[in-house]
Design a protein around this ligand. Structure first.
Ligand code: KE4
Length: 433
């Protein structure tokens, strides 16, 4: 079964002339799964339509923002009305305070926050303010967690905790990552060792409380509590990077689900309703370090952009007002998909580990339980690639990498679940060894 992608291929060739790889973000190039990526022409609800008119059930939702589904009427109207008043002023507007109040209402650990234009910016800024507040240089992150592409966070995991960060990208000098320690997720001893080795030197621990960027990996029981206790004891800040999990796992994100109060939180994706927004926030005494109040410089031409604020206000308002229905619905839809596809794999004799929580799910093509990046990396990525391509040809567009989370929106329902599981049944029988 092959879908016609003539128009997409023509657009790909045109894009490749001027955009490296034909994309503005690498994962879109389908290098991890092979084949040519469809070019999206439009979207509505749970569906994408590509340039050739092929229709797909969308399971990456712009990598998280589209929790209400695409082209939600209220969000579209809010953006249209804001656009008619002016796209950007470089001056303060009421919308920034309005969205800030909604975010603080949903995430009580945030006493003050600042809007930026991406998750990368939010994390970069949070790290800077954490270093200023503590007067310390070192930061701890975890292998498999992605926090955007700012230099200090592009590190490969060193072997052992004493290893200073090793650049994870060309163009990142060793000096920039020498104070970044990359440890194994779900390993409390490694965190204790790092603090013993660098006592009084670690400004913060930043973590995806539920990892989405290695595929979905849940914290082991007690792990997040241990991170909170160790950072408290050591005078370091705990930063929850909830760019993906924020407003996704619950209205209050992972910190609501696991009942942990971080010192700082980074947000993005959903709070922009599909337009470019990031945010970082937390204890007021930390955030007041920021210019113009304090000594930490941070700025942005389009920070708090009126159109993005309008999309965020419409999205977050709906999540607040309908939290009793939306979150249980998307969690149940996800549960049915997670278990349904795992069962089809079992029936086809294919080893799959499925990790899911709320409306995030990943089917790892491995027999190992996936609790960190190393176990995720045992997955058969070639088999995942065959699975992805065959599902795409049946109108199901999964994230084009084994190491990404799939997302379910409020627009996904029984029909999409049945279609997806039926497609998976056919595909898994077809790719078994
Ligand atoms: P952005 O700069 O892409 O808005 O956000 C960076 C970021 C920060 N923190 C977390 C937990 C994130 O998941 C992200 C971005 N997520 C990826 C998806 N794996 C964005 C997709 C892409 O890079 O194209």
């Amino acid at each position: 079964m092959t879908i016609r992608l003539d128009k997409s291929r023509e657009l790909q060739r045109r894009a490749e002339r001027l955009l490296p790889g034909g994309v503005d973000s690498p994962v879109r190039a389908f290098r991890a799964v092979g084949g040519d990526p469809p070019f999206v022409a439009s979207a509505k609800g749970a569906y994408l339509t590509d340039a050739d008119g092929n229709r797909y059930i969308d399971y990456f939702g712009s990598w998280g923002p589209m929790i209400l589904g695409h082209c939600d009427d209220e969000v579209v109207r809010a953006v249209q009305e804001a656009a008619a008043r002016g796209a950007s002023f470089g001056a303060s507007t009421a919308a920034e305070g309005e969205l800030a109040e909604l975010v603080v209402q949903a995430v009580p650990s945030i006493e003050k926050l600042r809007f930026v234009s991406s998750g990368t910016e939010a994390v970069m800024s949070a790290i800077r303010v954490a270093r200023a507040f503590t007067g310390r240089k070192f930061i701890v992150k975890f292998e498999g967690c992605y926090h955007g592409h700012s230099d200090a966070l592009l590190v490969k995991a060193g072997s052992g905790v004493a290893t200073f960060g090793i650049p994870g990208s060309a163009g990142v000098p060793e000096e920039v990552v020498q104070h970044t320690l990359a440890l194994t997720f779900n390993d409390v001893a490694a965190v204790e060792e790092a603090f013993a080795k660098h006592r009084g030197e670690i400004a913060c621990v930043i973590v995806e409380p539920v990892v989405g960027n290695a595929g979905t990996i849940l914290p082991e029981p007690g792990y997040l509590e241990a991170l909170r206790a160790i950072t408290e004891r050591e005078g370091a800040l705990l930063i929850f990077d909830e760019v993906m999990t924020g407003f996704r796992l619950a209205l209050g994100g992972a910190q609501e689900v696991f009942n942990i109060k971080p010192d700082l939180t980074t947000l993005g994706k959903i709070i922009g309703g599909g337009l470019p927004v990031g945010a970082f926030g937390g204890r007021a005494e930390i955030m007041d370090q920021l210019a113009p109040l304090g000594p930490v410089y941070q700025a942005g031409t389009l920070s708090g952009n009126p159109l993005a604020m309008a999309a965020g206000i419409a999205t977050v308002s709906r999540l607040i007002h309908e939290r009793e229905t939306i979150y249980p619905k998307i969690a149940e839809t996800t549960r049915q998909l997670a278990i349904g596809i795992a069962q089809e794999a079992k029936n086809a004799g294919i080893e799959i580990q499925v990790n899911w929580i709320g409306s995030m799910v990943t089917w790892f093509f491995t027999r190992e339980r996936v609790t960190d990046f190393a176990s995720a990396a045992t997955s058969d990525t070639a088999k995942f690639g065959r699975f992805h391509r065959a599902m795409l040809e049946r109108g199901v567009w999964l994230p084009p990498s084994q190491f990404e989370a799939a997302f379910v929106s409020a627009a996904h329902g029984e029909i999409e679940v049945e279609k997806t599981i039926a497609a998976a049944r056919e595909v898994l029988l077809g790719i078994r060894d």
